[in-house]
Design a binder for this molecule. Structure first.
Ligand code: GRF
Length: 213
């Protein structure tokens, strides 16, 4: 069966991209990473992609007069590669409402907190400051409102006394690398449905728990 064509948008390190590329190497994985677009030309993730033979594009938002014209240029690149699912992976650019509308039901993001708690930036520090005992990551559909789209799946990790933001971020990141490839797999297998803003996933555990101490 044809593999689902996934385009990944990044701005930086690219460790989630690397996890997706790694997963997609398995012959029975039902999705292929067909292109990577970064708004930052120096993003380390671009090298991860090109080393893996995945076509890349660096499209700087600075070259466009407004958000929507940048978004349209990114979209054109994704279309050129026949993308069927857009995965945001550390893409640090707020998009115009046009982009999630263009890719409605076909654009997902991973966020390092248990949404709806702690949207936005510096979320691990927010979690520590709030004193929560459990945090984690969330994969959700993207809608115009930042970090607020319908939730598909979450992975939970403990927050320990003495954690700093870096320690917690590393613990969450290990779960991100498990969760994101799983969700892309479910999408490719046609197991995720989005009806009236509610997600249902057929035959899958949509919450993962860290087995780390
Ligand atoms: C991850 O923590 C992701 O959840 C957030 O940005 C970070 C990107 O890291 N949206 P990487 O570039 O995938 O290593």
């Amino acid at each position: 069966m044809a593999k689902l064509k996934v385009g990944v948008l990044i701005s930086g390190r690219g460790s989630n991209l690397a996890a997706l590329i790694e997963a997609a190497k398995a012959p029975d994985y039902p999705a292929a990473i067909v292109c990577v677009v970064s708004n930052v030309a120096t993003a380390a993730g671009l090298k991860i992609a090109s080393d893996a033979g995945v076509p890349t594009a660096a499209i700087s938002h600075r070259d466009f007069p407004d958000r929507e014209s940048f978004d349209r240029a990114v979209s054109t690149d994704l279309e050129k590669h026949g993308v069927e699912l857009v995965a945001l992976a550390g893409f640090m650019r707020i998009q115009s409402a046009w982009f999630p509308a263009r890719w409605a039901g076909r654009i997902i993001n991973i966020h390092p907190s248990l949404l709806p708690a702690f949207p936005g930036l510096h979320v691990q520090q927010q979690a520590i400051d709030a004193g929560v005992r459990v945090s984690g990551c969330t994969v959700h559909f993207v809608t115009p409102e930042l970090d607020a789209g319908p939730i598909i799946a979450q992975a939970a990790v403990p927050v320990f006394a003495g954690d700093d933001a870096d320690k917690l971020a590393a613990r969450i990141l290990r779960q991100e690398h498990r969760l994101y490839p799983e969700v892309v797999r479910w999408f490719a297998e046609g197991r995720i449905s989005l009806i009236d803003g509610q997600v249902s996933v057929k035959d899958a555990a949509t919450v993962l728990f860290s087995s780390e101490p």
